[in-house]
Ligand binder design. Structure first.
Ligand code: GAL
Length: 439
């Protein structure tokens, strides 16, 4: 039997708004070395949207069962994909005022913090907790340098997804799983003719990452897994005909995305789909979590549907949220307790089932799969069988400077939709990156 997110929260003893739980119902894990000494823990993330904040609360509730004396201080900064949070964090780190732990994505983003000397090596935790074999090896490879591990992954997110309003698609006789970009565009055109928003998206400058996310889907859908992965390695050819074709598709798809006329966050955009105002959204699987909270939940395959974004069947574009032990953390012991929670099966189940994500561990325990809803069980299967590639928009493949240059190019495109100019800017961004990394 599949347990819904609400049931899971109830089973964990968590109710929205009740804050921290007492430890009396636990007993399942030993308390940490903090014993009776009350302390605090500042947790920095960008999880403030619907689904995200509920998932964080679920994780905190489980954490406080084991660590009743650690008071969780939520230092989340709103803004999807961390657009605002990353800037605030950079200022804090520069001022040597780190939070006790912060969210970072496996791959290039964690790499930036390692290079800057801002993270403690936490290999000792992997040894102590037996995590070296418990975690997925590909994910571990992305958070290590010279054999040392620098953070603890708490989830795997699926990035290349097409979400649809199932009822709209059924009424208009459109497939919710278009196999290629032309079929997708034909569907968008039908939604437009019906007077609805074809592709829900914010075009606001503060939400350019949403447009970058769609670009990422078009590049993978056109170039395939190998072509996409080659873009991030020395010798990458951003001036290729393949990239031009991907940008042409992007241009066509974006012409069916009128924008919301304001700085709508990704979950407000998802709500347009949920409310029957829009046909499709290309977004990561945190979207699914937003369908399950608040005035919803919606019913999978009845109210909404999902599929790999067009042209990406068999490819799993992923990102993995991790937590860190910053150098200079004021409550280091509390951070260690938090990292143990994030790496534990209990913590990951409490978080991932609500977040719309799957665990980053190598194998699920027996019975664990049934905690996950139908979408997440599908994602688990795809993760097990697909070609895995890393996300640009969500921190895996490109370091911050390169990522920001691409984001700026996308922002310019949104203002002046000129794909030749976009391609030149992408070529220049790659050249700047490879010139810098040659030194
Ligand atoms: C991603 C992050 C997710 C989700 C999303 C929207 O970058 O990995 O956890 O929060 O942004 O904010």
């Amino acid at each position: 039997m599949t347990m819904s997110r609400r049931t899971f929260l109830a089973a964990a003893g968590f109710a929205a708004g009740t804050g921290l739980l007492s430890a009396c119902s636990s007993g399942a894990q030993a308390t940490t070395g903090l014993k009776g000494a009350p302390t605090t823990l500042e947790v920095f993330s960008w999880w403030t949207a619907s689904g995200e904040k509920d998932a964080l609360s679920s994780l905190v509730a489980d954490f406080n069962l084991v660590n009743p004396n650690i008071k969780f201080v939520n230092e989340a900064v709103s803004g999807g994909a961390g657009t605002n949070a990353k800037a605030v964090l950079a200022q804090r780190l520069a001022a040597h005022n780190p939070p006790d732990t912060f969210q970072a994505q496996a791959g290039a983003m964690v790499g930036d913090y390692i290079t800057a000397g801002q993270l403690e090596d936490v290999t000792f935790l992997y040894e102590q907790q037996g995590w070296k074999t418990a975690f997925n090896q590909d994910v571990l490879d992305l958070i290590q340098r010279d054999g040392k591990l620098y953070c603890v992954p708490v989830d795997i997110h699926h990035i290349n997804l097409l979400w649809s309003n199932k009822k709209i698609c059924d009424n208009l006789k459109i497939s919710t799983a278009p196999q290629d970009i032309p079929e997708f565009v034909a569907g968008l055109t039908k939604v437009q003719s019906a007077g609805l928003i074809p592709l829900a998206l914010s075009r606001d400058p503060s939400e350019t990452w949403q447009c970058q996310h769609v670009l990422e889907a078009m590049l993978i859908g056109t170039l395939g897994a190998d072509g996409w992965s080659a873009l991030w390695k020395p010798g990458a050819d951003w001036s290729s005909q393949g990239v031009t074709e991907a940008l042409q598709s992007y241009h066509t798809v974006m012409s069916h995305a009128p924008g919301t006329g304001g700085n709508m966050s990704w979950d407000q955009v998802s709500a347009q789909l949920a409310q029957g105002k829009a046909g499709f959204q290309i977004m990561g699987d945190w979207t699914e979590a937003s369908f399950q909270v608040g005035s919803f939940p919606l019913v999978p395959h009845v109210d909404y549907d999902w599929a790999p974004s067009p042209g990406t069947t068999g490819i799993f574009d992923f990102a993995s949220d991790c937590f860190t032990l910053p150098i200079g953390a004021k409550h280091r012991d509390a951070t260690i307790a938090w990292l143990i929670e994030c790496g534990s099966q209990r913590g990951q189940d409490a978080f991932d089932t609500v977040k719309g994500a799957i665990p980053p561990r190598a194998k699920l325990a027996s019975g664990e799969r049934s905690l996950f809803d139908p979408y997440l069980q599908w994602s688990l299967d795809q993760w097990g069988g697909d070609r895995i590639v890393g996300s640009l928009t969500h921190g895996v493949v490109a370091p911050g400077a390169w990522n920001n240059a691409i984001l700026a190019a996308v922002g310019d495109y949104v203002v002046t939709p000129d794909i030749e100019k976009l391609q030149s800017a992408l070529v220049a961004a790659a050249a700047a990156h490879f010139a810098l990394s040659a030194h």
